[in-house]
Ligand binder design. Structure first.
Ligand code: ADP
Ligand code: ADP
Ligand code: MG
Length: 458
């Protein structure tokens, strides 16, 4: 049934983004907030707002019982989980549905199947989608890990089944390393995700991270082309693009089609992203995981396709068939998003939860800024440091880079330290300009002092 009262079980910029989509659909919004978030922008923008608990996320945004009870009490008929927090929790999806509300995401069964990385690898293999060579399933013991690694080859990655946000991944260079790291990885994953399960994947050297956006209605799925997300720090994306200019047209089509066939194979409903590593030296791609939710970087895809992915996901999860066929998804130009985190890039990216002073935002053709700041807003120190995303659209990649560079010059957030200087330097970098980077490019670039050099004009 179409949603009429949507409960937003998240905070920050994505809550604002969801409110905007809901409003355009004529849906009433009820914003959840913790005691630390009483004055956040989404609370002011939503039709109604409900406090769900104290500042620590485990007592508010991560508490399934509290969130579901609050949504129910508010008379919501739908719940949007955003990204992070409970967005990929099958227990949450189940509890929302058991309480008689619509979960804006796939079914709990699909989340279990595609949100667990080992299960997703198996689903990909079954659908004929290539995966990174590695263990067949979960690895139970250290001896088993060593045996598999001897066949797969080193260096090898130890990855937590339940991992996410760049956490729960380690690299072993040899069997001695592996014997030492596997038990540590297991213990860490258990502490961080409540699940100590891990698996092994060959560490691909200097790959590209390329992902495909899909939306499904449970029967049919369409793709909205690919994104390039190789500029990463600590395995977290910092700069994202749509599309990936390193791919030839045939590979791009194969990649996007593989994502659709996998999504349809699991009767996917909602918005989702299939993440791949691409090895340019072999022109091969390998599926690594699926994010069964809207992603931080979805706006670049919206810029090049003209579709509103958040509206689409609300509609299909409310029971509507997909509003679009594959040939109606047409891509134009190139888009770039940079993540603005309240962190000091000159101090090892130390979080900087300050108070927003004077705010000057870039405006103009092809510029979008998704954020949740206003002058006088105190960023709470309890959550993710993402404060905004600057997104630009250009006629091609060079045009988009020029535009992001200019837009960053027009952006001024007084009172906070942000990652804007990093993005200004990247926008002027020669390797970035020539698209000559990969997932292991940014960290050595930072360690070599390129950011400081750019700052001092050296
Ligand atoms: P995306 O995959 O959308 O590019 P991220 O990987 O940065 O984005 O994740 C989005 C948000 O969700 C971040 O705040 C990240 O810390 C959080 N997150 C993602 N997966 C998990 C997880 N399994 N456990 C905890 N937090 C997660
Ligand atoms: P998360 O759930 O934390 O997002 P992913 O499996 O998506 O974890 O991997 C995050 C990042 O780690 C990738 O974008 C890539 O940079 C790196 N990575 C993951 N698996 C491999 C691999 N097998 N070889 C090389 N790099 C990898
Ligand atoms: Mg990932």
């Amino acid at each position: 049934m179409a949603i009429q009262r949507l409960f937003i079980a998240n905070r920050g910029e994505i809550a604002v983004r969801i409110i905007r989509a809901a409003r355009e659909l004529g849906i009433r919004t009820i914003q959840a907030y913790s005691e630390a978030d009483a004055d956040m922008l989404a609370v002011r923008l939503a039709d109604e707002a409900v406090c769900i608990g104290p500042a620590p996320a485990r007592d508010s945004y991560l508490d399934v019982g509290k969130v579901v009870a609050a949504a129910k009490a508010a008379g919501a008929d739908g719940v949007h989980p955003g990204y992070g927090f409970l967005a990929e929790s099958s227990a949450f999806a189940r509890a929302v549905r058991d309480a008689g509300m619509t979960f804006v995401g796939p079914s709990a069964v699909t989340i279990d199947r595609m949100g667990d990385k080992v299960a997703a690898r198996q689903a990909a293999e079954a659908a004929g989608v290539p995966v990174v060579p590695g263990s067949k399933g979960r690895v139970e013991t250290v001896d088993e890990a060593v045996e598999i690694a001897d066949q797969v080859g080193y260096p090898i990655m130890i990855k937590a089944s339940a991992g996410g946000g760049g956490r729960g991944i380690r690299i072993a260079e040899n069997s001695e390393d592996l014997r030492k790291l596997a038990p540590m990885a297991q213990a860490e994953a258990l502490a961080a995700f409540g699940d100590g399960g891990f698996y092994l994947e060959r560490a691909i050297s200097s790959p590209r991270h390329i992902e495909v956006q899909i939306v499904g209605d449970g029967t049919r799925a369409v793709h909205f082309y690919e994104r390039e997300c190789s500029l990463q720090r600590r395995r977290q994306k910092v700069w994202e693009e749509a599309g990936a200019t390193c791919l030839d047209e045939e590979t791009r089509q194969d990649l996007c089609r593989s994502a659709v066939s996998l999504a349809e194979a699991v009767n996917y409903c909602g918005a989702g992203t299939l993440e791949y590593l691409y090895d340019p030296t072999r022109n091969e791609f390998y599926f690594i995981e699926m994010n069964t939710r809207i992603q931080v970087e979805h706006p670049v895809t919206e810029m090049v396709t003209g579709f509103d992915l958040v509206k689409e996901m609300i509609l299909v999860c409310g029971g509507a068939p997909l509003s679009v066929t594959q040939d109606q998804v047409v891509k134009s130009g190139h888009a770039i998003e940079v993540r603005l985190n309240a962190e000091d890039p000159f101090m090892q990216f130390l979080p900087f939860p300050g108070k927003v002073g004077k705010l000057s935002l870039p405006e103009g053709e092809g510029i979008r800024f998704d954020h949740f700041m206003y002058e006088g807003y105190q960023i709470p120190p309890f959550y993710d440091s993402l404060v905004g995303k600057l997104i630009v659209h250009g006629k091609d990649r060079a045009d988009a880079i020029a535009r992001i560079s200019a837009a960053l010059e027009d952006l001024e957030i007084e009172g906070l330290k942000t990652t804007a200087p990093l993005h200004k330097a990247l926008a002027k970098d020669r390797d970035v300009a020539s698209d000559a980077f990969h997932t292991q490019w940014l960290e050595p670039w930072l360690e070599a002092g390129n950011l400081t050099r750019a700052q001092t004009g050296g």
